[in-house]
Design a protein around this ligand. Structure first.
Ligand SMILES: C[S@@+](CC[C@H](N)C(=O)[O-])C[C@H]1O[C@@H](n2cnc3c(N)ncnc32)[C@H](O)[C@@H]1O
Length: 283
């Protein structure tokens, strides 16, 4: 009979040997996952036995993690804005820095009492669902060019009880949005192809995430540029747009928003202090 503590030590050793910088944590997360318990409960019951089936599953997941696959794909979910968001290889794993964008959009909705939001490139639906869950008066139109991603977003909207206020539309950026909206949120692809070219041996989720979700032309701004160009026709007067970007792009995105709408712009920093989200308030 194998105890959880033995399985834990074995998993951590395997991940450490594979060069996983968060080996111990990842081993705990995967072990808790296969045992069907929280990490806290796992720590309280480490002397319990782990069944043969669970141990086989754990070893298989550990091998995938050793090859670099994100823990979020292995567990099938990622916590975002306090919500458990289902993810798989069809969508980007939501990142903590994107929570800054959600907070800013929610503050704008609260301050202005406006309600209609378009979330462009919704992926797992993380932003759309977080906004709908936190702002019961809001309605969100969420678009993505990937029908596969929209299936994941649909499941997340249903799981969090906001399916009636999150409408999913497949298409290019704001093209499927015919109405004037009060807020546009956009975490679109913004990396240059070189940034993800040689990642397969690295332990970054980017090596496993859909290229369509992360890469956007030679300077990484192709998709954001096209989305900003669509704003004058879709964003209501007095509305606001929020674009996540790579920190070195923030000034360019702010200038683009400022001149295209025109808008008053502000750059918001993520928890690491990097310029990450550009807000543009339309006059
Ligand atoms: C960086 S991911 C972000 C997903 C989600 N917004 C988040 O923050 O986790 C970008 C998403 O934009 C979608 N996308 C890429 N090009 C698009 C386009 N032209 N029109 C609509 N969606 C697009 C991708 O399929 C992907 O789901």
């Amino acid at each position: 009979m194998t105890e959880r503590s033995d399985a834990r030590a074995e998993a951590a050793a395997r991940l450490r040997a594979a060069g996983d910088p968060t080996a111990a944590l990842d081993a705990d997360l995967l072990l808790a996952h296969v045992c069907g318990v929280s990490k806290e409960s796992l720590y309280a019951h480490l002397d319990e036995p782990i069944g043969d089936g669970a141990l086989r599953t754990l070893r298989a997941l550990v091998e995938r993690r050793a090859a670099g696959e994100p823990v979020a794909y292995l567990r099938g979910w990622k916590e975002f804005f306090g919500l458990r968001v289902a993810v798989d290889a069809r969508v980007l794993v939501p990142r903590p820095e994107t929570e800054v964008l959600v907070e800013a959009a929610l503050a704008f909705l609260r301050e202005t009492g406006r309600r209609l939001v378009a979330d462009v490139g919704t992926g797992s639906g993380a932003i759309a669902v977080a906004i709908a869950a936190a702002a019961p008066g809001a309605r969100v139109i969420a678009t993505d060019i990937s029908p596969d991603a929209l299936e994941v977003a649909r499941a997340n909207a249903a799981a969090h009880g906001v399916a009636e206020r999150v409408e999913l539309r497949c298409g290019d950026l704001l093209a499927p949005v015919r109405e004037e909206v009060d807020v546009v949120t956009a975490n679109l692809p913004y990396l240059r192809p070189e940034a993800v070219e040689h990642l397969s041996g690295d332990r970054t989720p980017l090596a496993f995430e859909p290229r369509l979700a992360v890469v956007a032309g030679p300077d990484g701004l192709d998709v954001i540029r096209r989305a900003v160009a669509q704003l004058p026709e879709r964003l209501a007067a007095g509305g606001a747009a929020y674009f996540e970007c790579d920190p070195p792009q923030a000034d360019t995105v702010a200038a683009l928003l400022g001149s295209t709408l025109p808008a008053t712009t502000r750059v918001l920093r993520d928890l690491a202090g990097s310029p990450r989200v550009v807000e543009g308030k339309r006059a």
